[in-house]
Design a protein around this ligand. Structure first.
Ligand SMILES: NC(=O)c1ccc[n+]([C@@H]2O[C@H](COP(=O)([O-])OP(=O)(O)OC[C@H]3O[C@@H](n4cnc5c(N)ncnc54)[C@H](O)[C@@H]3O)[C@@H](O)[C@H]2O)c1
Length: 253
């Protein structure tokens, strides 16, 4: 089959860097049409340019995933441009501040939950409404191994990612008979700007990650992107409600 007949319309939130950017480029290499959403204009335009160079079509739409009207407009503009929405990767997220449960501030709690969990739900709402019109679509949410097991010093992060996994399972059940699949990826520690920022202030972090991740290394954004691509593909046509760990064996221990 030619690229034109298999080319999908893909929406990625937080596509300005890290795993989101790697996913945008991986979809683009297949010839897909990618909407890169994020807050930072120059980084978003850069991802879209790299995606076009990689062989796909791509456009950047500035979007704060926590603002309902912006998320609604994002999906509307995607459909206006390319008439449908085949795949959505709800990836935008932050780690928030690291502090144990009794020391976590309300501000950190609400901010982390707002970006990591509420924004995923807002995105899913708009995406699912479009996918119902088409009777088809695939959603992949970016959770974390911190949603599968506890994470000392990250109560808001861990709770938000656990919430993403449950939201994923719930929507998967709700729309299983309507042609919509919903899954989550659960990365372990991956080399991205998010991890780099923590490693800069804590030099012990990287050696610790290498010790606790059984493969003895950090994962790459490309390795997560490959899993997202597979979950979005027809090769995963019977997979829904799944939370896929991509973690070098971290949660197998
Ligand atoms: N790097 C890791 O080790 C790791 C592990 C598990 C899960 N994750 C998850 O992967 C996802 C991507 O993170 P990353 O590691 O690529 O880091 P990253 O910081 O490069 O990417 C996060 C992206 O989300 C964007 N973002 C944040 N708030 C936003 C908002 N309100 N609206 C729109 N965009 C927003 C950021 O600008 C950034 O582009 C996150 O959800 C993160 O929790 C990362």
């Amino acid at each position: 089959m030619s690229k034109a007949t298999t080319s999908k319309v893909v929406l990625i939130t937080g596509g300005t860097s890290g795993i989101g950017r790697a996913a945008a480029l991986a979809f683009a290499r297949r010839g897909d049409r990618v909407v890169v959403a994020g807050r930072r204009v120059s980084e978003g335009e850069e991802t879209a340019r790299l995606a076009r160079e990689a062989g796909g079509d791509a456009v950047f739409i500035q979007t704060d995933a926590t603002i309902p009207s912006e998320v609604e407009a994002l999906v509307a503009r995607t459909v206006e441009r390319w008439e449908r929405l085949d795949c959505a990767f709800n990836n935008a997220g932050i780690t928030g501040e690291m502090a144990r449960t009794a020391d976590c501030t309300e501000e950190n709690w609400h901010r982390t939950l707002s970006i990591n969990l509420t924004a995923v739900w807002l995105s899913m709402k708009c995406e699912i409404r479009q996918m119902l019109k088409q009777s088809s679509g695939v959603i992949v949410n970016n959770a974390s191994t911190a949603g599968l097991v506890g994470m000392r010093g990250g109560p808001a992060y861990s709770a938000s990612k656990g919430g993403v996994i449950q939201l994923t399972r719930t929507a998967a059940l709700e729309y299983a008979k309507q042609g919509i699949r919903v899954n989550a990826v659960c990365p372990g520690f991956i080399e991205t700007p998010m991890t780099d920022a923590h490693a800069r202030v804590n030099p012990d972090l990287e050696p610790w990650i290498r010790r606790i991740q059984p493969m003895g290394r950090l994962g790459t954004a490309d390795e997560v992107a490959e899993a997202v691509l597979w979950l979005c593909s027809d090769a995963a046509s019977f997979v829904t409600g799944h939370a896929l760990a991509i973690d070098g064996g971290l949660v197998a221990q």
